[in-house]
Design a protein around this ligand. Structure first.
Ligand code: BTN
Length: 326
C-alpha cells in the first residue's frame, strides 16, 4: 500500500483525497494518515489540506524499498527488487540470490557496502548516503566467453541515465567506466557463473559516485561525483530507474545478435577515448596508438603509431589516456 500511495502521489499533479485512498485500499483514514506520516519521516514533503487531500510537494534523496519500487518502471529489469541499508557487497548478495533461484532482472540496491569490490581485486569505497551501489542479475542464453561483453550495454545505460537525469555530458571510457569532465564517476564489475558451454547467470555490479563531496588525495585527480560536477545534490532513485529502463532496451538489442552489432554505433558515439591517444598496458608489452572505436565483439580497435590496426580485449589489458585518465 505504501508503494502504491507513493506512486500515486508522484503521478498526480493535484491533491489525492484521503477518502479515495481509504476506499481504494479498504483501510481507515488513520491507516492512510500513518502511511503519510511515515513517508514524511523518510524525507518526502507532503501537503495535507482539509477537504482536498494529500499532495507531494517535494521528495528528497530518499532510498527505501518503496521509493525504488514506485520509481522503477520497466518490464523486467529491477522489477524484482531488494533494498538494504547495508550489505557487504551487492554483487555477493545477488550471487547468493541467484544460487537460490532468483529470476532474471532481480536487482539489489544498498545504501552502503562494507566490502564493496572493484575490478582487479580493488576495494570500492561505498559509504552511506552518497552513492548508488547496485547489482542486477541476468540469465542470458549466451556462451560464457561472451559474458564480459555484457558490461558494454550496462555502461551505455548508466551514461544515458546520468545524461537524462542531470544533463551532464557523460561518456564511456572503454570498456566500462563512465566519465564526466574526464574523471571517473562510475565503475562496473561483471561476474558470472557458468558451466562448459552455458552461462548460469551474470551479475552486473554498478557503482556510481553521486553525492560524494570530496575524494582522497590518491584518487582526486581521476575520480568525481555528480555533486561535484553539477554543484547540486542529486537524487539517486531517478538515476537507478533510468538506468534500469535504458539497460532493458540495450540488453534486448544486445541479445538479438548476442553481441554489440546493434549497439556498436551508439556505443562508439558515447566513447570518450574515440580518436584519442591511448596507452595499452598489455601484460608483456606496452604500446600507444589512437582508439578508433569498438567492433561488434566489444574489442577496442587501436591504430598503433606505425599504422598497424590492433584489437584489444578487455580484461587482458588496461587502457590509459596519454594525457590523463581518459
Ligand atoms: C571498478 O573497479 O571500476 C568497478 C566498481 C564496481 C563497484 C560496484 S558497487 C555495486 C557492486 N558491488 C560491488 O561490490 N561492486 C559493484
Amino acid at each position: 500500500m505504501k508503494t502504491e500511495i507513493l506512486r500515486m502521489l508522484k503521478e498526480t499533479e493535484g491533491y489525492i483525497s484521503g477518502q479515495f485512498l481509504c476506499e481504494k485500499f479498504g483501510v481507515s483514514r488513520t491507516a492512510v494518515w500513518k502511511v503519510i506520516r511515515q513517508l514524511e519521516s523518510e524525507g518526502y514533503e507532503i501537503e495535507a489540506v482539509r477537504n482536498r487531500g494529500y499532495r507531494l510537494r517535494m521528495a528528497g534523496d530518499v532510498m527505501t524499498q518503496e521509493e525504488l519500487a514506485s520509481t522503477i518502471n520497466t518490464r523486467w529489469a529491477g522489477r524484482s527488487l531488494l533494498y538494504m541499508d547495508e550489505v557487504d557487497s551487492t554483487n555477493n548478495l545477488i550471487k547468493q540470490l541467484a544460487e537460490q533461484g532468483a529470476g532474471h532482472g532481480t536487482l539489489a540496491v544498498a545504501d552502503a557496502q562494507t566490502g564493496g569490490k572493484g575490478r582487479r581485486g580493488r576495494v570500492w569505497q561505498s559509504p552511506h548516503g552518497v552513492g548508488i551501489w547496485m547489482s542486477l542479475l541476468t540469465r542470458p542464453e549466451l556462451l560464457p566467453e561472451k559474458a564480459s561483453m555484457m558490461t558494454l550495454p550496462a555502461a551505455m545505460a548508466v551514461a544515458d541515465a546520468i545524461r537524462e537525469t542531470t544533463g551532464l555530458d557523460s561518456m564511456i571510457k572503454w570498456p566500462n567506466d563512465i566519465v564526466v569532465g574526464g574523471k571517473k564517476v562510475c565503475g562496473i564489475l561483471t561476474e558470472m557463473s557458468a558451466e562448459v558451454g552455458a552461462i548460469n547467470y551474470v551479475v552486473t555490479g554498478i557503482g556510481i559516485n553521486v553525492n560524494t563531496e570530496a575524494f582522497p588525495d590518491d584518487i582526486k585527480d581521476i575520480a568525481t561525483s555528480l555533486l561535484i560536477e553539477t554543484g547540486k545534490r542529486v537524487r539517486r532513485s531517478p538515476i537507478i530507474a533510468a538506468t534500469m529502463a535504458a539497460y532493458e532496451r540495450y540488453y534486448d538489442l544486445f541479445m538479438e545478435h548476442g553481441d554489440m552489432t546493434a549497439l556498436m554505433d551508439d556505443y562508439n558515439a558515447r566513447l570518450a577515448n574515440r580518436d584519442r591517444g591511448v596507452r595499452v598496458l598489455a601484460p608483456e608489452h606496452e604500446y600507444t596508438g589512437t582508439a578508433l572505436g569498438i567492433d561488434e565483439n566489444g574489442l577496442l580497435i587501436v591504430r598503433t603509431e606505425d599504422g598497424e590496426i590492433r584489437k584489444v580485449l578487455s580484461g587482458e589489458v588496461s587502457v590509459r589516456g596519454i594525457y590523463g585518465y581518459v
